[in-house]
Design a protein around this ligand. Structure first.
Ligand code: AMP
Ligand code: GLY
Length: 420
């Protein structure tokens, strides 16, 4: 069958890598793809991955059998609905369900209504009310723009002045555009974050192996938040007790809540959890695979991913036996110097082939370009150097050995991936 992957980052490369292993697949296309994906799939970067009409037209022209929509924005915009309307099979939640990521007010209200553990919160639609609410609060406190803001719409304010500044920049200066029409102000929870991605067809929910990512740009969790500087799987703190608790109190209740709301979720539901001294809480939901989490979770998946995707579309996920490697995986992101702020691109990348000779290493590309059979940097996050191992220590060691083989001008990566 012919598969089209929509997206262009490390997550999409990990998906392409896994999809290429399926015996059912004869051809992979990607809109827009990147240098690494171009080695597995035919990439088309003249169509934007948020261009719903463009993607539908392309899928029809190429007679694609399955479209996998990987990023949040096309899902929230309703790309899957439009593909289905045109008779094209698509993997991912419909617009009505993708709102679980698209609107923080929706997801917070959902958790409140269905008793799913999450931080206490209030919603405001004007800055003055938000600021007066902030006056007698304990700090830190968390301020969130309601809509999609490329992972940047959350500010942890240490005091009233910072909180007020955050509200004004979101609601008055509109730094995140219409995503900031409303804000959620919520209680700060202290603990370690764990990402659990789950396959669900609305009837069955199957959590994947757990993962943790590193959001801050510098070692020791310092500096600004990024899209993710690395990840590892499994999490050391997410044990069987936590997973049983989450299944019963978070995962199944969320699937059922979406059904009760008439918004059945079919696809990958991402639970951003925080493990605190008094239990596990949901920090956020995403309507898709996480990035870089996908880069450590997917290489551990043993089952044919196309079989899983098709079962979800056809609502027979309970029939599929999903199995995983026992070991571990770690991913070190190599980024352009200056990321997540200003950075330069277009630098030649050396040593990827050498790195891939290291045992159990896969180099996923996030922001690269292929030209004359050479790779060039083409984004903030450039590579996700991923390795497997019998345990986390071995996976981390393998990943760094591969990182040391790779070089490009001003490359930046964290030295402490996996140490939490
Ligand atoms: P979100 O976009 O909701 O995932 O938030 C981005 C990041 O902000 C999370 O990954 C957390 O590190 C942090 N965060 C969000 N909400 C809270 C909270 N209630 N308490 C502590 N940290 C939070
Ligand atoms: N790694 C966080 C995310 O994918 O949203």
């Amino acid at each position: 069958m012919k598969v089209l992957i929509v997206g262009n980052g490390g997550r999409e490369h990990a998906l392409a890598y896994k999809i290429a292993q399926s015996h059912k697949v004869s051809k992979i296309y990607c809109i827009a793809g990147n240098g690494g994906i171009a080695k597995i799939a035919e990439c088309f970067d003249d169509i934007k991955y948020t261009d719903i009409d463009g993607v539908v037209k392309f899928a029809k022209e190429k007679e694609v059998d399955l479209v996998v929509v990987a990023p949040d924005d096309p899902l929230v915009l309703g790309m899957v609905d439009e593909l289905e309307k045109n008779g094209i099979r698509a993997f991912g939640p419909k617009k009505a369900a993708a709102i679980i990521e698209g609107s923080k007010v929706f997801s917070k209200d959902l958790m409140k209504k269905y008793n799913i553990p999450t931080a206490q919160y209030e919603v405001f639609d004007n800055a003055a009310d938000a600021i007066s609410y902030l006056e007698n609060k304990t700090y830190p406190i968390v301020i969130k723009a309601e809509g999609l803001a490329l992972g940047k719409g959350v500010i942890i304010a240490e005091n009233f002045d910072e909180a007020k500044g955050a509200v004004l920049s979101i609601m008055e200066d509109k730094v995140f555009g219409s995503a900031g029409n409303r804000v959620v102000i919520e209680q700060f929870l202290k603990g370690q974050e764990v990402s659990v991605l789950a396959f669900t067809d609305g009837k069955t929910i199957v959590p994947m192996v757990s993962a943790q990512d590193h959001k801050r740009v510098f070692d020791g969790d310092r500096g600004p938040n990024t899209g993710g500087m690395g990840a590892f799987s499994p999490s050391r703190i997410y044990d069987e007790k936590a997973s049983d608790y989450c299944m019963k109190n978070i995962f199944i209740p969320t699937m059922n809540a979406m059904n009760s709301e008439g918004r059945t979720f079919k696809g990958v539901l991402y639970f951003g959890l925080i493990v605190t001294d008094d239990g596990v809480y949901v920090i956020e939901y995403n309507c898709r695979f996480g990035d870089p989490e996908a880069q450590v979770v997917l290489p551990r998946l043993k089952t044919d991913i196309i079989e899983i995707f098709e079962a979800i579309i056809d609502e027979r996920l309970s029939e599929v036996d999903i199995t995983w490697d026992d070991g571990a995986a770690a991913c070190v992101v190599m980024a352009s110097g200056g990321y997540p702020e200003k950075y330069q691109t277009g630098y030649k990348i050396e040593g990827i082939e050498e790195a891939e000779k290291t045992k159990n290493v896969i180099v996923f590309h996030s922001g690269t370009k292929l030209a004359d059979d050479k790779f060039y940097t083409n984004g903030g996050r450039v590579l996700g150097v991923t390795a497997k191992g019998k345990d986390l220590d071995e996976a981390i060691k393998n990943a760094y050995e591969a990182v040391w083989d790779i070089s490009f001008k001003d490359a930046h990566y964290r030295r402490d991936i996996g140490i939490k």
